[in-house]
Ligand binder design. Structure first.
Ligand code: SF4
Length: 290
């Protein structure tokens, strides 16, 4: 198995201190299991404080806002503010809500950048983990193109078809996953395949899922305590409420911070390189600074 080298993805991490609470003002919420209230688009969430930080960030799940935990802008928020606001003072939530033109502008740029940054998150991981060769070269070429696009100005960004970039990256990530998982498994061992399957509530305590294809699987509330998830592909898997206590996710592919934030775990859960243990798992404060 290739050495797992971790390239910095710092610019793909949300930094709410450099944003303008875009995700708490711009979208509309419908009261549901994810958000405890209705909120029109362009209106500040009532939980938002005047300093643009969330007033309940350490109780989001308990107060009925798990959707906020599960959302990750991948650093697109602060970049959208940089691109659209530039050197001007950042608007307060109230000022942003009162300026429909600015809200629309920021919303368009944020929507594009969020998709590009998410693609970059995964492409960067693939580049870092693939061995030298044609596949790695192809993934790196795509990563570099998307990185350049994400660094464009507003005029370019508003015309980007970010969904098309995601579709372009999909087959490359698929090939990278196949290559990396086959290299990780003992010869002749076939990985479990649960791609896109609804395995909500499944009892997989101690299960041997090394190298499994769990892409886009629904694992809500699944019991994965002590499971062997090494080198499993978890791209887009829904881990809300899943229990990862004692599980081994070393080398698991395409895992995001919000997947971990939305799951449960403990001090003995082993994580993929480059991802921090959510503070909530060990009794700390919530995951969000917003
Ligand atoms: S993070 Fe807090 S302020 Fe922002 S939308 Fe969620 S509950 Fe509201």
């Amino acid at each position: 198995m290739p050495e797992q080298v971790v390239r910095s993805r710092d610019h793909l991490q949300a930094d709410c201190s450099r944003c303008a609470a875009l995700c708490c003002v711009l979208p509309a919420f419908s009261a549901s299991a994810d958000f405890a209230l209705d909120k029109p688009a362009g209106t500040p969430c009532p939980n938002l404080r005047a300093d643009a930080l969330c007033g309940i960030h350490d109780q989001l799940v308990e107060r009925g806002f798990p959707g906020c935990v599960a959302f990750d802008c991948f650093g697109a928020g602060q970049r959208a503010v940089e691109v659209v606001i530039g050197e001007r003072p950042r608007p307060t939530p109230a000022a942003l809500g009162a300026d429909p033109a600015l809200s629309t502008d920021l919303g368009v740029v944020l929507g594009v950048l969020r998709q590009l940054h998410e693609v970059l998150w995964h492409l960067t991981e693939a580049v870092d983990r693939l061995p030298a060769g044609p596949l790695r070269d192809d993934v790196e070429a795509e990563r570099a193109e998307v990185e350049a696009l994400a660094g464009s100005d507003r005029a370019v960004l508003v015309g980007v078809d970010a969904s098309a970039r995601r579709r372009r990256a999909g087959p490359l990530l698929e090939r990278a996953s196949g290559e990396l998982r086959s290299r990780a498994l003992p010869r002749g061992q076939r990985p479990a395949r649960h791609r896109g399957a609804d395995r909500s509530g499944v009892r997989w305590r101690g299960a041997r899922l090394r190298g499994a294809d769990l892409r886009a699987a629904l694992l809500l509330g699944a019991d994965l305590r002590g499971a062997d998830l090494r080198d499993a592909d978890l791209l887009g898997a829904d881990l809300r409420g899943a229990d990862l206590s004692g599980a081994d996710l070393t080398g698991a592919l395409f895992v995001t911070r919000t997947q971990l934030d939305a799951a449960r775990g403990d001090a003995s859960t082993r994580l993929p390189a480059g991802l921090a243990r959510p503070a909530r798992w060990t009794g700390g404060r919530g995951p969000l600074s917003r």
